[in-house]
Design a protein around this ligand. Structure first.
Ligand code: PEP
Ligand code: MN
Length: 327
């Protein structure tokens, strides 16, 4: 539920509404725009809107969508997430680059230095890998997080890595991983969402390959309603009848989510296509559709990558791509 204050409402009038919300056991969320909106957090379905009609109140309305805190109705101002000097959702498209998996120190550092030179804003690399087959490379675990933290110290690039379950939170805190990635397969792992919702650490939430936009935004709602507002959404391709590429990047979703939500949304053309030669053109498409950035897989020697070798850019391709998107 949202209480819209009149443009000339006084601070006292606002405080009266805020106190009323608290008095009945709810939490207010205040958004100062041209006029002030006071959102009421939590399940407000049984609340009578009439109790908020006080002096200074223009109107009271229910949020029309099942997700509330994620919606623009509740929070019209765009969310900008600061990670060191980088702003996601700000005035330029952010580029997250790095290998699918951290394989060893040499591989990660060579790639990290290359993407830094090319102008990447953040460094990615999976230490824990969710693989379709139990026989595929599963990542090197804690050692991978340590290597990422060392690469951050050398390159000054903030680091992004996938967390697979809530028992790993302490480990991600220990290495101070700047952005916790929740993978596509875990988008509806509600216990994980609730646990990460307790933290303040930025989260990159990937869309499940068979999830609707509404399910995606409801997963983000788990994070926000648990207290973590630093959420970056990521469109990474969905499953369709088409088998010519790994997934189909749903640019419709990017344009629609920009209308529905205040959260930044980036695109992952690497998993979205699974094909190296398609990554650069679809990066351009992502930026053209208004995405707040991209996450691309880059490896200093893609042909020898232990996972997703077919979709990783080499450093020359990455640098060329960056030259055309950074002006
Ligand atoms: C990844 O980014 O490394 C990854 C596994 O992606 P997704 O969860 O989108 O498959
Ligand atoms: Mn990958």
């Amino acid at each position: 539920m949202i209480v819209l204050m009149k443009r000339d409402a006084t601070k006292r009038q606002m405080d009266r509404v805020i106190n009323k919300i608290k008095e009945i056991g709810f939490q207010p969320h205040i958004d100062h725009g041209i006029s002030t909106l006071i959102g009421i957090r939590g399940d407000t379905s049984s609340l009578d809107p009439n109790i908020f009609y006080m002096d200074g109140v223009e109107g009271v309305k229910r949020v029309s969508k099942p997700y509330k805190e994620v919606s623009k109705e509740f929070h019209p101002k765009k969310t900008v997430i600061k990670i060191g000097d980088v702003e996601i959702g700000g005035s330029y498209p952010v580029v997250i680059a790095g290998p699918c998996a951290v394989e060893d120190e040499r591989q990660l550092l060579k790639t990290a230095e290359g993407v830094k030179e090319g102008g990447a804003h953040l460094l990615r690399g999976g230490a824990f890998k969710p693989r379709t087959s139990p026989y595929s490379f599963q990542g090197i675990g804690e050692e991978g997080l340590k290597i990422l933290a060392d690469a951050r110290a050398k390159t000054r690039l903030p680091i992004v890595s996938e967390i697979m379950n809530q028992t790993q939170i302490d480990l991600f805190e220990k290495y101070d991983i700047d952005v916790l990635q929740i993978g596509a397969r875990n988008m509806q792992n509600f216990d994980l969402l609730k646990a990460i919702g307790q933290l303040k650490r930025p989260v990159l939430l990937k869309r499940g390959p068979s999830s609707s936009v509404e399910e995606f935004l409801l997963s983000a709602e788990y994070l926000l309603s648990s207290g973590n507002r630093n959420v970056i959404l990521c469109e990474r391709g969905i499953k369709t009848f088409e088998t010519a590429y790994r997934n189909v990047l749903d640019f419709n979703a990017v344009a629609l989510i920009k209308e529905l939500s205040h959260l930044p949304i980036i695109v992952d053309p690497s998993h979205g296509t699974g094909i190296q030669s398609m990554v650069v053109p679809l990066t351009y498409a992502a930026i053209a559709v208004g995405a707040d950035g991209v996450m691309v897989e880059v490896h200093y020697k893609p042909q020898s990558a232990k996972c997703d070798a077919n979709q990783q850019l080499n450093l020359i391709q990455f640098k060329e791509m960056m030259r055309s998107i950074i002006r």
